[in-house]
Design a protein around this ligand. Structure first.
Ligand code: IVH
Length: 672
């Protein structure tokens, strides 16, 4: 009979093995159901026997919603980048340089994919993951171990044998196409900004504070570089195969080559075949295989001489321009859009591409009827990159930016300090008015269900809603609305209920919903939290506003201008009268004291109960001073998990008191 401890350990080992089968080898041995049952059983046992906890248990892969700031870590060896080549000729030149560098010695080359994600460095000690660090600036990065642990294809404990007691392995964190598409579809539904490519999405996800959300997004990882003092082999290829046997996912198609002909074939093959891979790649990497030869070749300041990237050409199509349209957004900014003869590019049909602003049109020197190059490199959004001048019809006129609003005819004005033009007729230009109504009701603003783009236009065209505040008197038009084709009582009631419910939406959302130039979601939150209510915000001057973190003069000016306008003040008053929330909830008043008066405090590590920012505020509210580095003058250190080793050592040598968060909170009388 197993003891409980043995059962727990056996379950952990089995679950680790099934994770590897499923996520790395793609060949599960058991059903998802059986796997879940095993995991549940382990969870139950661990809960009953907390004394057998292990931070690397597979039950900890689900992440947590604890808010943590990232601690930094200095890389033992800097994380460099790779030199790029764009043609076979440039690759040949690299091979020739390597041969010369090695004094004519023969050498072999390993070819592998260049994965397009965000790089990661993992450290293992005695076969256990101890740390995951982002590239950062190459010298030091963020410790993101909790987030990385949620990636099921990364082994927390190694399999097999023969690994060095301590080693580092580097690789790429990726968001596979499928997970990327799902994430963006979700974001579109929630009206959140879309990620331009899987690389940005992977990097953004890895730095999220909430590891439960990271777990949900479905990151993956591939490894390509083993570092350490006692590696099992004297060459890259065999070391990577060893890493594969320890449970890592290694470049699926590494190839060992000795002639330039083989390298050419390898490039030609993957230029096409990469499109079938489940994740994005932006090229290939070629590496000198032998580690002694790598050492001999060494490094330039930025990259190794023993490796080089070959970048695939972005997919490009040439298609005629039908016409350039000029579209007016809710802020009045006019965006030129190239309407194209539809063309197939990387699997989707492209019909339109933004030309962004007047400067870009001028730079591309686009003429009527030109044939335009469209590219979709790693990006999802197609981009116009050039014009086929030879195909231009003689006498074709250059495309000129409009001087008047294409909708209301008002003379356009240049946005100060920017390349864009805008229609200043804010109160009379229909797309601006409808755009502001549509924005106001959006999910991340007032979240009013039942009103979208078409309904905003309909409500405006019937004269019922000319600004967001009119929504709250829409009920007066109930009978008229019912007369419109396609407007049943259910539709109308749902809309009116949505409007009623929006009165409970928080003040920070209301500030965002107003459509103040340069005030996006994050800025709106900052304004709402600092100014606390609409009267303070409306009456704040530029100086008061710029005193808020991250609010610069441009935003401050725009806020002041917005509230200086009587029409906007009137909208605010009508919203207030309708019962829309115009202030933040009161903060608990007993949270300030002089307990820390005169005390200097250093914060280090990651915390479970509050974020680093919150602790900073708490220290200041209680009369203390928060500083960055430990010295003789430090009164105590508020230490979380994974406190930086340098700080810890210094604190110990100076005899500075170290408090954990519970001790700190009870000192402030806030213990739970
Ligand atoms: S080797 C010392 N191999 O590309 C250089 N890097 O441009 C070690 N990358 O920061 C890097 N796939 O994030 C290497 N198969 C591969 C790679 C790869 C993607 C990334 C990596 C690196 C960047 C350099």
């Amino acid at each position: 009979m197993d003891t409980v401890k043995q059962t727990i350990e056996r379950l952990r080992a089995e679950i680790d093995r099934h994770n590897h089968n499923y996520y790395v080898l793609n060949s599960p041995e058991i059903s998802d159901y059986d796997f879940d049952m095993m995991l549940k059983e382990l969870e139950r046992l661990e809960k009953e026997h907390p004394e057998f906890d292990d931070p690397l248990s597979p039950t900890h892969r689900v992440g947590s919603d604890i808010n943590k700031a990232f601690e930094q870590w200095e890389h033992r060896r800097p994380m460099l980048s790779l030199g790029n080549t764009y043609s076979i000729e440039e690759v040949d030149e690299w091979v020739a340089r390597a041969r010369e560098g090695l004094g004519g010695e023969a050498f072999s080359i390993v070819g592998e994919m260049k994965f397009d994600g965000t790089s990661i460095s993992l450290t293992y000690e005695h076969g256990r993951l101890v740390r995951a660090v982002t590239r950062g600036d190459g010298e030091r990065g963020d410790i993101v171990t909790d987030n990385v642990m949620t990636i099921r294809s990364i082994p927390l404990k190694l399999q097999g044998s023969g690994w060095p007691d301590e080693f580092e392995i580097r690789g790429e964190i990726l968001l596979p196409w499928k997970a990327f598409d799902r994430l963006n579809a979700e974001r579109e539904f929630n009206e959140e900004p879309l990620f331009a490519n899987p690389r940005n999405a992977a990097a953004g996800t890895l730095k999220m504070q909430n590891s439960a959300e990271v777990a949900r997004r479905g990151l993956d990882a591939v490894f390509y570089y083993l570092l350490g003092d006692n590696l099992p082999h004297d060459n890259h290829f065999d070391n990577m195969e060893a890493a594969r046997s320890w449970g890592f996912r290694v470049s699926p198609e590494m190839r060992l080559m000795t002639t330039i002909g083989e390298v050419d074939d390898f490039i030609a093959h993957w230029d096409v075949a990469r499109k079938q891979l489940p994740w994005a790649t932006d090229g290939l990497v070629l590496k000198v295989n032998n580690l002694r030869q790598q050492l001999n070749l060494g490094y330039t300041a930025k990259s190794p001489r023993w490796a080089v990237a070959y970048k695939f050409a972005a997919e490009r199509a040439l298609t005629p321009l039908r016409h350039v349209s000029f579209e007016v957004g809710r802020m009045g900014v006019v965006t030129p859009v190239a309407n194209l003869e539809p063309v197939l590019l990387s699997g989707t049909i492209v019909k339109r591409a933004s030309l962004h602003n007047a400067d870009i049109i001028a730079k591309l020197d686009i003429h009527e009827g030109d044939h335009l190059y469209v590219e979709k490199g790693g990006e999802i959004i197609p981009k116009i990159t050039g014009v086929d001048v030879d195909a231009r019809t003689p006498g074709a006129a250059p495309v000129r930016f409009v001087t008047h609003c294409p909708i209301c005819g008002t003379h356009l004005v240049r946005v100060e300090g920017e390349a864009s033009w805008m229609c200043p007729n804010k109160l009379g230009c229909p797309p601006q008015i409808c755009g502001r109504i549509e924005h106001f009701v959006g999910r991340r603003m007032m979240n009013i269900e039942g009103i979208g783009e078409e309904m905003s236009v309909l409500l405006y065209e019937n004269g019922w809603v000319k600004d967001p505040a009119d929504l709250y008197t829409l009920y007066r038009h109930r009978q008229e609305m019912l007369l419109l084709p396609g407007m049943g009582p259910r539709t109308v009631e749902r809309m009116l209920e949505g409007i009623e419910a929006s009165k409970k939406v928080g003040f920070d959302h209301v500030v965002f919903a107003l459509s103040i130039m340069f005030v996006g979601e994050t800025v709106a939150k900052k304004l709402a939290r600092s100014m606390r209510d609409i009267d303070s915000l409306m009456n704040a001057d530029v100086e008061t506003l710029t005193a808020i973190d991250d609010i610069g003069p441009r935003i401050a000016r725009s806020v002041v201008d917005y509230f200086a306008h009587p029409v906007n003040r009137d909208i605010v008053e009508r919203l207030r009268a309708a019962g829309v929330c115009m202030s933040m909830p009161e903060e608990p008043s007993d949270s300030t004291s002089e307990i820390l008066s005169g005390k200097t405090v250093v914060i280090s590590g990651t915390f479970a109960r509050h974020s680093r920012e919150e602790y900073k505020e708490m220290i200041e509210r209680n009369g203390g001073k928060n500083v960055g580095s430990v010295s003789k003058k430090t009164d105590f250190i508020l230490a979380g998990e994974n406190m930086g080793p340098a700080k810890l050592e210094k604190a110990r040598s100076l005899g500075v008191t170290i408090l954990n968060e519970d001790e700190f909170l009870s000192m402030l009388g806030q213990a739970e």
